[in-house]
Every structure is written in structure tokens, then in C-alpha cells.
Design a protein around this ligand. Structure first.
Ligand SMILES: [Cu+2]
Length: 131
């Protein structure tokens, strides 16, 4: 292989590497964005967990049949939290520190429900009203 060919080969590899890197830079945010976006039509509500409350445990009000995406982020250093939407989604979702969960659901016809972290209730529980 001539020196010129080698240089051309190395140049080609370098270009491919730059292209791959550029692709990664462009694609990764798009990927994570689509992962976060989830259900396109859903209304997104975010609860930031700090000091063992769900953002002050606001009452969440939804309309019947509304598509909801509830994102819960845990900012409590070293604390494992959980959330259950009692009567709507009885799965207990665990949220490690510095992590989040996204729960998607369709609001039921009507009623009063609650969201709760069983480990830290009553400090971590709030109401969900469908009306
Ligand atoms: Cu908790």
C-alpha cells in the first residue's frame, strides 16, 4: 500500500468517525425526546419529589376519558420512593433517587382517587379528582 493510499484510507476512516459522532450527537437527543414524549396526545403532568412530598401533593383534576401522562421525578438523595394511583393503576412503581417514572393512563369516568407512596404516607399522598 502506498503512503498516499494509506493517507486516503485514514482520511476515510476519520470522516466516517466524524459522521458517526455527528450522527450520535444528533440522534441521541431525538431518541430520548421521543422516549419522553410517549403518548403524543396525552396531557403531561410532572411531579418533582423533594423532601418526601410529591411537589406539595397537589390535587390532580382530570376530565373523564382524558389521556394523561404523569411523570414523577425523585430528587430525594438516597431515598427510594414509590407511587401507586389507587383505583386507576394499582401497580406500585418504584422511583429510585435521581430517576423518574412515566405513568400513562386514561382517566376513568368519574370519581375521587389517590396517589400514594406507601413508604412515606401520609406525607406523600394526594387526591386525583375526575370531573
Ligand atoms: Cu416515598
Amino acid at each position: 500500500m502506498s503512503r498516499k493510499m494509506k493517507r486516503r484510507l485514514i482520511g476515510g476512516v476519520g470522516f466516517a468517525a466524524i459522521l458517526a459522532l455527528f450522527g450520535a450527537i444528533v440522534m441521541v437527543p431525538l431518541w430520548s425526546q421521543s422516549a419522553v414524549a410517549g403518548d403524543e396526545g396525552a396531557r403531561e403532568i410532572v411531579l418533582e419529589v423533594r423532601d418526601r412530598t410529591f411537589d406539595g401533593n397537589p390535587t390532580l383534576t382530570f376530565e373523564p376519558g382524558e389521556r394523561i401522562r404523569l411523570v414523577v421525578r425523585n430528587h430525594d438523595i438516597g431515598v427510594l420512593h414509590s407511587i401507586r394511583l389507587t383505583g386507576i393503576d394499582d401497580t406500585l412503581y418504584h422511583i429510585p433517587w435521581d430517576d423518574d417514572v412515566a405513568i400513562e393512563f386514561t382517566a376513568p369516568d368519574e370519581g375521587a382517587f389517590e396517589y400514594i407512596c406507601p413508604q412515606h404516607a401520609p406525607k406523600m399522598q394526594g387526591l386525583i379528582r375526575i370531573e
